[in-house]
Design a protein around this ligand. Structure first.
Ligand SMILES: [Zn+2]
Length: 329
């Protein structure tokens, strides 16, 4: 039954990943996660979020699309922990207050170079709390969809290292392998149902904990790729797929499945953790706003907000692909 339900999600979400640079969790994963997160919410929030589940699903990848039009967008999706050392993640490491971090880095440009995802999550949680307080349906939905994306990014090991695509260790392509190809191949077999979302007494710390958990998994992400590579010859390791006018080299299905077995449920565990954490941030923002009655506000985004969302997505797809600083290959 559970399996059939998940297969249903997959059908619903589509299995196509658009061509382009590596993106955390890919198109498929981000959509799946915002959707799963809705089901972690308490009864007071569930009807409103369920009524807008398609909006939350369809806009789950908007922050990635925005990277092509907003120059400051890219750094919001990652944190290169290894640029600072592991102690950066402790409370005595990088300052949790953004302005203090900017001062310590010697300017915003220096901080942005290595990514800002935990600060981004903490800031958006506060914005979402304010939107709940104002009873502003358009803002609530816009921010919830975006916040879900950044929380999900913080749960991807390769979003916490400078070697985000294996480009420094001869493992180029590992980003899409881990976060797109494995979930697409395996999600129907995953058990992704989580318990109810918990309240986060310290939301900013929760964002940092997510990054720390992801970063702790980086070693095995690379090590297992090497282990499987040692077992398979080059011609079995890769296959070739058409992407637009190009033919690109990707990890083969055989390699992907062997890698998945080696990781021993890592991708599944991170997906489950991410879905619950997204729900936890939405839930915490609502509690901190004083638990407003969500049945008393507009149940759908306004026509103006829907038009703006359509325009934003049109602008993003029309924009020429540009190389932007930070995790951009
Ligand atoms: Zn992203």
């Amino acid at each position: 039954m559970r399996k059939r339900m998940l297969a249903g999600y997959m059908l619903l979400l589509g299995l196509i990943t658009p061509a382009g640079p590596a993106r955390a969790w890919g198109f498929f994963g981000h959509r799946l996660l915002n959707r799963l997160a809705v089901y972690t919410l308490p009864p007071e929030m569930l009807p409103f979020f369920k009524a807008n589940i398609d909006y939350l699903t369809n806009n789950a990848t908007r922050p990635d699309s925005r990277r092509t039009v907003v120059p400051t967008e890219a750094p919001r999706h990652f944190l290169d922990v290894d640029a600072y050392g592991d102690s950066a993640l402790t409370r005595r490491g990088l300052p949790r207050a953004y302005t203090d971090a900017v001062a310590l880095a010697g300017g915003e440009d220096s901080l942005l170079r290595h990514g800002i995802v935990p600060w981004q999550v903490a800031m958006m949680k506060n914005q979402l709390t304010a939107a709940f307080q104002a009873g502003d349906t358009d803002r609530i939905l816009y921010l919830a969809a975006d916040l879900g994306h950044y929380v999900a990014d913080a749960c991807v090991p390769l979003h916490t290292t400078r070697n985000y695509n294996g480009q420094l260790t001869g493992q180029r392509g590992i980003h899409a392998l881990w976060e797109s190809r494995l979930p697409e191949l395996q999600a129907a077999d995953y058990d992704l149902l989580t318990g109810p979302a918990p309240y986060l007494a310290q939301p900013a710390e929760a964002a940092w904990a997510a990054v720390a958990r992801s970063h702790a998994a980086v070693d095995s992400v690379f090590k297992m790729e090497k282990a499987v590579s040692a077992e398979l010859s080059e011609d079995r390791k890769y296959s070739y797929e058409p992407r637009g006018n190009l033919t690109i080299r990707v990890y083969s299905r055989e390699f992907s499945l062997a890698y998945h077995r080696r990781l021993n449920g890592q991708v599944e565990r991170q997906l489950r953790y991410a879905a619950r954490l997204i729900g936890a941030f939405w839930y915490t923002a609502w509690v901190d706003a004083g638990q407003p009655d969500l049945m008393g506000i507009a149940q759908q985004p306004s026509v103006a907000a829907q038009l703006a969302a359509a325009q934003e997505s049109k602008a993003a797809s029309a924009a020429p692909a540009r190389a932007l600083p930070g995790h951009d290959e």
